[in-house]
Ligand binder design. Structure first.
Ligand code: PRP
Length: 205
C-alpha cells in the first residue's frame, strides 16, 4: 500500500505543492485534482482535509503523514508525532482590536477560533477574560460589537488591515509542520524514510 499523506486544504496546500515540486516530486495530479479529496500519485495517496481533521486522520492511522499548521497542534494537542517544521506557512498569533479604540476598563471579551491558546495566553498574564468561540471570519467580532478584541493567526496582516483592526500584541510563532502517525513511523519506517528525508532537507524555521 502507498503511504497516505493528509494535506491541509487551502493556503498550506498551495505552499506545500510548491515546496513538494521543488523537491523533485510530480505535483500535476495534485494540481489538477478539481474537487476530489483523495488523489493517488505514482508514489503516494493524498487526502485533503481541514487542518484539525488532518491531525485526526493521522492520529487514527488513516494517514501516515500529515502537513498541518503549528497553530493547530498548539490549539488541539493531538496525539501524533510532530516530526519537524517545514519552510512555509509562517504565521503568528496576535491579539488585535479596532483601530483607535481603547480596551474597556472592565473584563475584556475576546473572540477566537483558538480558545485554548487564548485561555493559556491570558492566564499566563494573570488576566481574566471572557472568551467567545467562533469558527472563522473572527475579525467581524469587534467590528460588530460581539467582542472587544480577537486572538487569531496573522500571516500577511491583510485581513486585519482591510477590516480596520490593529495588532495589540504578538505571541507564538509557527510554521507548517510534518506530523506522523506514531505506529506508521515504526512499522513503515523504510517506506517513509525517503519522503521524510526529502521534506527535511530544506532549511526550516
Ligand atoms: C486566517 C486567520 C485570518 C487570516 C489571516 O483565516 O483566521 O482571518 O487567515 O491571514 P492574513 O494575515 O494573511 O490576512 P482563514 O483564511 O484560515 O479563514 P477563516 O477566517 O475562515 O478561518
Amino acid at each position: 500500500m502507498k503511504p497516505v499523506i493528509a494535506l491541509t486544504k487551502g493556503r498550506l496546500e498551495k505552499q506545500f505543492l510548491t515546496f513538494f515540486a521543488s523537491q523533485g516530486y510530480d505535483i500535476e495530479p495534485l494540481v489538477e485534482k478539481g474537487r476530489k479529496l483523495r488523489v493517488k500519485t505514482e508514489q503516494f495517496e493524498f487526502i485533503f482535509a481541514k487542518g484539525v481533521d488532518v491531525t485526526t486522520y493521522v492520529q487514527y492511522g488513516i494517514a501516515d503523514l500529515g502537513i498541518v499548521g503549528g497553530d493547530i497542534l498548539a490549539e488541539f494537542q493531538p496525539d501524533v508525532y510532530d516530526l519537524f517544521p517545514l519552510p512555509f506557512g509562517q504565521c503568528h498569533m496576535a491579539v488585535a482590536k479596532e483601530k483607535g479604540k481603547d480596551w474597556p476598563d472592565q473584563k475584556k471579551t475576546m473572540a477566537s477560533k483558538y480558545t485554548n491558546i487564548t485561555k493559556a495566553f491570558f492566564k499566563a498574564k494573570g488576566e481574566s477574560v471572557d472568551i467567545i468561540k467562533l469558527e472563522g471570519s473572527v475579525e467581524l467580532a469587534p467590528i460588530l460589537g460581539l467582542a472587544d478584541g480577537i486572538v487569531d493567526i496573522v500571516e500577511t496582516g491583510t485581513t486585519l488591515k482591510e477590516n480596520g483592526l490593529i495588532v495589540d500584541e504578538e505571541f507564538l510563532y509557527f510554521s507548517a509542520r510534518l506530523i506522523a502517525n506514531r505506529s506508521s513511523l515504526k512499522i513503515k519506517r523504510e517506506q517513509l524514510r525517503t519522503i521524510i528525508d526529502s521534506l527535511k532537507q530544506k532549511e526550516a524555521l
